[in-house]
Ligand binder design. Structure first.
Ligand code: MG
Length: 160
């Protein structure tokens, strides 16, 4: 049996005027933010699903139901910390993570270093093992028309 397992996650949230926008645990200055039960951090939600998926532990909705008042407006780093704990309990550690944030606006290039650094802190792995990519929605569909923001994440975990 190989000690390695991969996991995939994605997430999408509606954008609404005047709400804060969190990406990778970093608050990004923007006119709109994710309309969600928690803080709507799409990249952290996708990360949790990728971690759980890699370990065969289901998905974020099973662990943190979005109709549970305990998770109203909660910082998504709590979900990440819990997912990491579950992996550690089962003898897994995170090897690396690759991510894509899909947003038409704001321009994410200036924010990528801060997001990468914060994710390396949250995930407790060196920054070289965290990659953050950004794409626009090519001005088509809900992402391209700034109605939604989304993220995709792949992780590799290793049995230690
Ligand atoms: Mg979500």
């Amino acid at each position: 049996m190989t000690p390695f397992r991969v996991g995939i996650g994605n997430d999408i949230h509606r954008l609404a005027e005047g709400l804060p926008l969190f990406l990778g645990g970093v608050e990004i200055e923007h006119s709109s933010g994710a309309d969600a039960h928690s803080d709507g951090d799409v990249i952290l939600h996708a990360t949790v699903d990728a971690l759980l998926g890699a370990a065969g532990l289901g998905d974020i909705g099973e662990l943190f139901p979005d109709d549970d008042p305990a998770y109203k407006d909660i910082a998504s780093k709590v979900f990440v910390e819990r997912a990491l704990e579950l992996l550690t309990e089962r003898g897994y550690s995170l090897v690396n993570i690759d991510t894509i944030i899909m947003a038409q606006a704001p321009k994410l290039r200036p924010h990528k270093p801060a997001i990468r650094e914060r994710m390396s802190e949250l995930l407790q792995i060196p920054i070289e093992q965290v990659n953050v990519k950004a794409k626009t929605g090519e001005r088509i569909g809900p992402i391209g028309n700034e109605k939604a923001i989304a993220a995709e994440v792949v992780v590799l975990i290793e049995k230690v």
